[in-house]
Design a protein around this ligand. Structure first.
Ligand SMILES: Nc1ncnc2c1ncn2[C@@H]1O[C@H](COP(=O)(O)OP(=O)(O)O)[C@@H](O)[C@H]1O
Ligand SMILES: [Mg+2]
Length: 739
């Protein structure tokens, strides 16, 4: 979970040792120092070494693109892959997720948000006893328990090694000729042995001979030092090398470089070329000169990024050139178009949401800018992003952004109706169904006023969904029908298929299984024809559960497996949970009891990670099917269930689908041992009973404890007894599908 490092790491052996010790003693170590001195790189190296030698998961959270304090929690959640839960503070959800996990978090670039970063760090240290943090910041965070560590310049030999290594990237095979060693040494000293300055200088070697690089640097630094020497020397040498690198760019390169400063969290080539009015060739030249970082990705297009120190410099130049406004405007237009296109295609492809996730910081920056300069575009952008916030579960951020945009007033038109619609959809989980109804009602009213029929049908559909959730089935049915008739009039095949799905779901809620099946099968056929996978996956889930209810195990398996793999592909976690629940019931019915309870545990873990609530009606049949499994396994039932809970989404999916690479579980023997432990047997007694050696028995107990994360066997026993007493189902609620 650490970002890939593209270049070799040089030197710093002493620092690595020191930091390893410091982290044993303090839970927060803040690396301080000027921009470009190597804080981030050192933090990453420490984290990577530590996660290789200990059972610690390392995470990287970059705060550089985060513009406002309240978004720090969102950055943490994204970096730690934690999903927001309805009606809970995001920071608390993040802390809860790491409560019992040994983790090391690199909190990079705290300087511009010291207060918010300090609060977040403090909350994590308090709430997560096994979490350690390495922060990087130009100044310390100043909280209790923090140790700050000033990152020194490289040692001269390492500085020279770094220069040579990077030089070889520009000139492969280069090695220092006799006599050049002294020049390199002098150059590195002049650059204060600052890694970033050294990399920039080495990047020039492609076009300039070493002597010219050294000479150019010399002039530049003399020029600087002839001014008032107020800034600390190191900042000046960083500045000097940036100035010099910048001056050597041609006009095209400079233009592109400056404009890249408006991106938050980097961008892909298309965004860069459009917003910077540049081309790929220029970008590539900037990358060769180490001015721009290129991060290749296995799953998407490469991303172009500026190191934070470099970005600040570029921003200064951009403002100086009087191009800030125009570039921001192009940035806003670009991301507005991206969001509006995605909002259209999301109706057909939930995958677009994943693409938007990569540009979240840019979308936030565009919203911030629009909020100041172009309120109308802010509303359009917020309305276009409603879908994204909704399907990705970014409830609080979406609500806040939409509320802000709506509060600025503006025309009563379909854009406003759409913003209200999304605010209402988010409110159902966030603020409750009353708030949701009122927002959706406003949306409906405006859509009718302006004669936006598609908007009207959509608002009706959502309003009906909220009503279904409150149990007002008759009113819900009426509104669904009204919505359907509009879609039929508009000949909107997708809308019709979705409405058939909702009719089916409502029938199922009302216990009308035959109509439920009829509607859902019709919807399935239509969605297949349209190639719309997201709703198809939800329909398959419902059909799978219905097949279980009528005892058609073969049909159930086919539907549920397809539902699971499709939901997994679309990264719809709630859909995965429902499929896993179904497959768990199926396993029970087939008398595969361990599998049944593991899948039940896995489903419950996924559900609670996304804060998904289901009605008792959802759980009742599942529990009925699982009861024989619980009974058959006895005390071990709780252990297998817990194994399932700890699987993690990826392994749970692989297990659910019966894929070849299966996670490993406790053996039968270990399960047997768990049962003995619950009954208070010692390892010796267990060994006697099973006719194995005491050491072997101890080994089994040990594995069991590790698997369950307990320190003592007493804890294991207490935990298992508690599990046996209570039903493991704790989430109750409305059970709607968030469509
Ligand atoms: N010890 C090192 N070995 C190799 N490269 C380094 C080292 N320290 C820093 N760098 C490189 O120098 C540049 C600036 O370092 P960075 O860690 O981003 O600085 P900071 O975070 O202090 O601004 C980066 O490209 C980084 O990869
Ligand atoms: Mg940094």
């Amino acid at each position: 979970m650490l970002p890939q490092r593209l270049t070799t790491f040089v030197g710093r052996n002493q620092e690595l040792d020191q930091l390893a010790h410091l982290l044993d003693e303090a839970r927060l170590v803040t690396l301080t120092g000027a921009g470009g001195c190597g804080k981030t790189r050192l933090a990453l190296e420490v984290a990577s070494l530590r996660s290789q030698t200990r059972p610690t998961q390392a995470y990287f959270v970059d705060l550089a693109p985060v513009a406002q304090g309240w978004l720090v929690a969102h950055a943490l959640a994204a970096g730690l892959a934690v999903t927001e839960k309805p009606q809970a503070k995001l920071l608390e959800t993040v802390c809860a997720a790491l409560q019992s996990e040994p983790a090391l978090i690199v909190l990079d670039n705290c300087e511009h948000l010291v207060q918010a970063a300090a609060e977040a760090a403090e909350a994590m240290l308090r709430g997560c006893p096994q979490v350690h943090i390495i922060a990087t910041s130009r100044e310390a965070l100043n909280i209790a328990g923090e140790t700050s560590f000033q990152v020194a310049p490289l040692e001269i030999r390492d500085a020279m090694r770094l220069f040579l290594q990077r030089a070889r990237l520009s000139r492969p095979g280069m090695h220092a000729e006799f006599g050049e060693v002294a020049v390199i040494q002098e150059l590195c000293e002049r650059l204060d042995r600052l890694p970033l300055a050294i990399e920039l200088a080495a990047g020039r070697l492609r076009v300039l001979p070493l002597g010219a690089v050294d000479g150019g640097m010399d002039n530049r630094l003399q020029l600087l030092s002839s001014g008032p020497r107020t800034a600390p020397g190191r900042q000046q040498s960083m500045r000097g090398s940036l100035d010099w690198s910048y001056d050597l760019l041609d006009e095209q390169e400079r233009n592109c470089f400056r404009r890249l400063a408006v991106f938050a969290g980097g961008c892909d080539a298309r965004a860069a070329t459009i917003v910077c009015e540049s081309d790929l060739d220029t970008l590539a030249r900037l990358a060769e000169k180490s001015m721009v970082m290129v991060v290749e990705s296995a799953t998407g297009p490469a991303r172009y990024r500026l190191l934070e120190t470099v970005r600040e410099y570029a921003a200064e130049k951009l403002a100086g050139a009087g191009q800030l406004e125009a570039t921001r405007r192009r940035h806003l237009n670009f991301f507005l178009e991206l969001a509006e296109t995605a909002a259209q295609s999301i109706r057909d492809q939930a995958l677009s949401a994943q693409a938007l996730e990569l540009d979240q910081d840019n979308l936030r920056a565009a919203l911030d800018w629009a909020g100041i300069e172009h309120p109308r575009l802010e509303m359009r952008l917020a309305a276009a992003l409603g879908w994204f916030w909704f399907v990705r579960g970014h409830l609080s951020e979406g609500t806040q952004r939409l509320t802000t945009a709506l509060s600025r007033g503006g025309d009563h038109d379909s854009v406003r109706a759409s913003a209200l619609k999304w605010a209402g959809s988010l409110a159902r989980d966030y603020a409750g169904s009353e708030a949701a109804q009122s927002l959706l009602q406003d949306s409906l009213t405006i859509s009718r006023e302006v004669g936006d029929e598609a908007g009207e049908a959509d608002a009706l559909l959502r309003l009906a969904g909220v009503l279904r959730g409150t149990g007002a089935f008759d009113s819900a049915a009426e509104l669904f029908a009204e919505s359907l008739s509009i879609y039929e009039r508009l000949n909107d095949h997708f809308g019709i298929a979705v409405l058939h799905f909702h009719h089916g779901l409502l029938a199922r809620f009302r216990g009308d299984t035959s109509n439920a099946r009829r509607w859902l099968e019709q919807s399935e056929t239509e969605l297949r024809a349209l190639g719309h996978e997201f709703f198809l996956a939800q329909a398959l889930n419902q059909l799978g559960h219905l097949a279980l209810e009528r005892g058609d195990l073969q049909a159930a398996q086919a539907r549920l497996e397809e539902a699971l793999s499709t939901n997994a592909r679309l990264k719809s976690n709630f859909g995965c949970a429902i499929a896993l629940d179904g497959l768990s019931a199926l396993a029970s019915l087939k008398r595969r009891h361990e599998r049944a309870l593991r899948l039940a545990g896995a489903a419950e873990a996924v559900r609670s990670a996304v804060g998904m609530k289901m009605s008792p009606n959802y759980h009742k049949p599942l529990e009925r099917w699982r009861a024989p499994s619980r009974k058959s396994l006895g005390a071990a039932a709780a252990v297998v269930y817990e194994e399932g809970r700890r699987l993690g989404l990826r392994d749970a999916i692989a297990y659910g689908l019966g894929e070849r690479h299966q996670p490993t579980f406790l053996s039968r023997r270990e399960l047997q041992i768990a049962e003995f432990v619950t009954h208070g047997l010692t390892s010796r007694e267990i060994a006697q009973r099973l006719g194995i050696s005491t050491r072997t028995a101890e080994g089994h107990v040990e594995r069991l404890r590790n698997k369950l994360g307990f320190r003592s066997r007493a804890q294991v026993a207490a935990w298992m007894t508690a599990q046996l007493d209570e039903s493991s189902i704790s989430t109750l609620g409305d059970g709607s599908l968030g469509a």
